[in-house]
Design a protein around this ligand. Sequence first.
Ligand SMILES: [Zn+2]
Length: 65
Amino acid sequence: MASIACQHHISWVIEVAPGMHQCILCTEVVDKRQITPKFDDLPVEFRKHWDEFEAGSGAGGAAKH
Ligand SMILES: [Zn+2]
């Protein structure tokens, strides 16, 4: 679908909504399987943060949609 080959590098991926990540380069919503480098190769702290964010049950009291 996307005509550009975007790697969704993690430096372009931001948290846009509770449990949702978006690549600012191509504006697509991405999940952990789509990012670069591979999710499994990322530091454990990064993965932990990502998982907690995606779980959407953070202690921050983010509004539920
Ligand atoms: Zn992208």
